[in-house]
Structures are given as C-alpha cells and as structure tokens.
Design a protein around this ligand. Structure first.
Ligand SMILES: Cc1cc2nc3c(=O)[nH]c(=O)nc-3n(C[C@H](O)[C@H](O)[C@H](O)COP(=O)(O)OP(=O)(O)OC[C@H]3O[C@@H](n4cnc5c(N)ncnc54)[C@H](O)[C@@H]3O)c2cc1C
Length: 454
C-alpha cells in the first residue's frame, strides 16, 4: 500500500478529514490529491482592467485548489440542520450539530478567534417575519469573512503538510477497487490505498457522476435553484444583518406556491462573478476588515425547482438559463428593479444615474428575457414581501443581477457512515449531494475520519 488513506479533493470536506485523521493517529499514511493549486498559487486572472472575462484557466482558482470552492468565500459557517445539507439524515441531528461546533472550534484555534457568532435564538425578527408571510430559519452563523477564512486555511495547511502528502494540480482520473483496497489513477502514476475518501465538491460533479456510473454506485438528482442577486443600500437591511448577519428567509409564493428564499447574504459586501465550467453566474462576498466594506448589502433570491420524471437533467436546465444570460449580456446582466417593473431594459445611463452604485461591473440589460416567467414572478413577489420587513427593498433603485444558479450535485447512495456499497470508499461533502455548505462539508470530513479511525 502506498497510503492507508487517500483523500480526493482539498476543499473543506477533504481538509477536515485529513485534519481529524492525522491529529488522532500520527502513524497513518495519508495523501491528499487536489486538481487545483496550493492556496498561495490560487489566483484568478480577472483583474477588471487587462482581463475582464473568464479565460478558462486549466484549473479555476475560484472553485479549485486548497480550500476548495470556499477559499475566497465569505466564510459563513452556518451551524444548523435547517439548511446547508442533509447530513443529519445520515448521522442524526445532534451528532451533526456537535460536529459543526467542533469544526467551529478548530477554525477559532487556527486564526478565527475574535470573529462573531450570530444566532437567531430569541430574536424578535422571527415574529415580524411570520406576520408578513415570511419564515426565518434557525441557525447560528460564524462569520469568518473572506480575509480571516483565508488566514484559517493557511494555518490549517501549514500544520497538515507536515503530516500528510499533498499533490496539487493532480486530478484523480479514475478509482479502481482492488482486493486490498483501491487504486487511484492520476495522469503520471497510480497510487494504492486501503481506504479512499472522495470530496470532489461542485466542480468535480461531472467526474463524480462518471465515477459512480463506472463503479455502479446509484445516484439521483432532480433539483436546481435559479434566481438573482439583489443589491441595495446596507442601511435598509442593517436591522437584520447587525443582529443575525445572515438571515435565511423563506417565502411561499401566492401564484404558484413555489418556495423562494434568501441565500448567501453579504452585508456591506460586493457582488462578484463565478465561473462554473465556463458559465458565468453571479455570487457575493463580504469582508471582516471594515476598510474593505462597501455601502451595499447583497443577497440571492432563489426559486427552488424540483423536476419529476422523466426529466433528469436539473443542472442542465439551470446551465441553459445561465448560458442565455451569458449570450445576451456577455456575462452577468444587471437591471434596476424599477426597470423590471416598467418592462424595459436597464441602460448604462440609467445605471449611472441610479441611487445604488453597483459593486460589480455587469452589463445593463433585461432579466425578463432570461428568467422563465414563473421564476421571475416568484422573485418579484418575494421582493414585495421583503419590503414589508425591510422597507425600501422594492425601491426602483434596487439592483438585480442575473443569473444566480445554485447547482446541486446528484445524491450518491451512501449509508449512515457516508460509505458506498464498496467497503472503505467514502463519498463526502458537496460532491456526495449530502452537503451544500462549508460547515456541513467540513463536518462530514470529520465524521468519516472518525469512522475510519474506529
Ligand atoms: C463564491 C462562493 C461563496 C460561498 N460562500 C459560502 C459561505 O459563505 N458559506 C457556506 O456555507 N458555503 C459557501 N459556499 C459553498 C461552499 O464553498 C461549499 O459548500 C464547500 O466548499 C463544499 O466543500 P467540499 O469540500 O465538499 O467541496 P469543494 O470546496 O468544492 O472542494 C472540492 C475540491 O475537490 C477538487 N477536485 C474535484 N475533483 C477532483 C479530482 N478528480 N481529483 C482531485 N481533486 C478534485 C476540486 O478542485 C476542489 O478543490 C460558497 C461557494 C462559492 C463558490
């Protein structure tokens, strides 16, 4: 055996699996294979001046590399079973929360001390939401911020690289079952191991799908969330964000009874682009450092779309809507709420004269030409509902960027140990379809590490 355990993917799932394995058994031989760069080499070439659009690097530094998709994220670790994944369905609610709290303590020990933990417990805002047909989901959220998140990852790597072998820019091409364990194939060499943890995340979803098909591991997929990112003056949401930082609010539309929810709230943050397999969508950031703050708050409004048989390609559906916006706007489109309501496109002049200054240079356009009516109607209804708890949300000057798509990995058939039908082959994190967040993905890594150590 080359290694006792091989971990595929150095996102939060892989990092926390490696952390727990090497902390509790220093004689274990552990290797981590990562398709992307090491943390310090992760650099997106888009600088907004020389390079304005995605040039499709061999490895996307936003989504890949040490730290995974979360490396340049806002670092919001939500400790909750209400959203962020369904880990609790496999391991139990209490165990899931305990693991998320454990991950939080490790983050604090590695540079996150001093960051704030927000909570919805005892908040009056819950009642105010209910009075206005909105539901505020329960959670505690540790906000590390993009800057501190990076520091924590750096510290974790400094410690881990002494205890495990890291192979960067080394995508795993294939996994084979052998009599003793598994054979991991990379371009240049094969490596044998007793156990294998796969944590390939969002960017590894296609590879994960092929691997499952080849190994005959059952999967299912039927959901995609589609919507926009809303940007407005931070002061309008300050009563929510000062107390809760991130409020996950759900609304059921009157017209179609669809669920619309707020997602990834970034107080005093910036809107950014995201590239998934060459498709440019929108996302958001915010920083812990007061000097990097903007005057705006941004958050996504997403409509959940579940498909029934015979349609199976929910992600393909989301991708084609994103492609349509890329076709019309060359990337992300921005539109004033007032323009949407008046049925006209936004223009550079209208955006320039807008009271809210955009934090992302996007193409002014018409989102109603991109988003299906049902989704657009849901978003507009939700904006009016939010206007009741945060007056000003439905102002003409509120900016909507599109499209934001939340892709879901297909769900891989794993048991209560997050182990496949192959003994010793574990699939964790977002790549398993079980988690969709930093805290759940990290917790799943700790969980399987402990199972292996047992
Ligand atoms: C811009 C942005 C902001 C976000 N903000 C938040 C937030 O504030 N809070 C939150 O909870 N979540 C956030 N998320 C989601 C969060 O980042 C993910 O849920 C989390 O990173 C999932 O962790 P993971 O380890 O499962 O997968 P990932 O972080 O996606 O890591 C998977 C890794 O595996 C590697 N890989 C894939 N295939 C292979 C292969 N074949 N061989 C070798 N390596 C491979 C990839 O390169 C990648 O580095 C954000 C995501 C983005 C993109």
């Amino acid at each position: 055996m080359d290694y006792d355990v091989i971990i595929i993917g150095a996102g939060p799932g892989g990092i926390f699996a490696a952390y727990e394995l090497t902390k509790n058994n220093t004689s274990l031989k552990v290797a981590v294979f990562e398709a992307g760069h090491s943390l310090e080499d992760r650099k997106c070439p888009i600088d907004g001046v020389k390079i304005k659009n995605c040039i499709h690097c061999k490895s996307c530094s936003i989504m890949s590399g040490f730290g995974g998709a979360g490396a340049f994220s806002d670092g919001k670790y939500n400790i909750t079973n209400d959203f962020g994944g369904t880990l609790y369905e496999h391991i139990g609610r209490d165990a899931a929360i305990e693991l998320m709290e454990y991950v939080d303590r490790i983050n604090l020990e590695n540079g996150g001390e001093g960051t704030r933990l927000y909570s919805t417990t005892n908040t009056e805002l819950k009642k105010v939401c209910l009075q206005n047909k909105l539901q505020l989901l329960d959670a505690s959220v540790r906000h590390l911020g993009t800057d501190i998140n990076y520091v924590v990852l750096g510290n974790l790597y400094r410690d881990l690289k002494e205890k495990a072998d890291f192979f960067f820019m080394t995508p795993v091409e294939d996994i084979d079952k052998t009599d003793e364990g598994f054979l991991i194939h990379t371009k240049d060499k094969d490596y044998s191991c007793g156990k294998c943890i796969v944590s390939a995340g969002r960017i590894g979803s296609k590879w994960m799908e092929e691997t499952c098909r080849k190994l005959d591991i059952p999967t299912k997929s039927n959901r995609v969330d589609i919507g926009v990112r809303v940007e407005l003056p931070a002061v309008l949401f300050a009563h929510l964000t000062d107390e809760l930082y991130e409020s996950k609010i759900v609304y059921r539309t009157e017209k179609f009874e669809d669920r619309v929810r707020t997602f990834c709230m970034n107080p005093y943050g910036s809107v950014v682009t995201e590239n998934t397999n060459g498709i440019v969508t929108v996302n958001g950031h915010s920083y812990d450092d007061p000097e990097k703050r903007t005057k705006n708050t941004n958050f996504a409004l997403l409509v959940a779309k579940h498909f029934s048989e015979p349609f199976k390609d929910s992600n393909g559906y989301g991708e084609s809507i994103a492609r349509l916006s890329n076709m019309l706007g060359g990337g992300v489109i921005v539109q004033r709420f007032g323009d949407i309501i008046r049925g006209r496109r936004s223009t550079a002049k209208r955006i320039k004269e807008n009271f809210v200054t955009p934090t992302l240079q996007a193409e002014p356009g018409d989102l109603s030409l991109v988003l299906p009516k049902r989704i657009m109607d849901g978003i507009l209804e939700m904006i009016y509902a939010l206007d009741k708890i945060a007056p000003g949300t439905a102002n003409d000057d509120t900016l909507l960027y599109g499209v934001e798509v939340k892709f879901y990995n297909m769900e891989v058939d794993v048991n209560e140990n997050l182990e496949t039908a192959y003994k010793g082959l574990y699939i964790i994190g977002d790549g398993s379809g079980v988690t969709h967040s930093l805290s759940h993905a990290s917790a799943s890594g700790v969980y399987v590490a402990r199972k292996i150590l047992e």
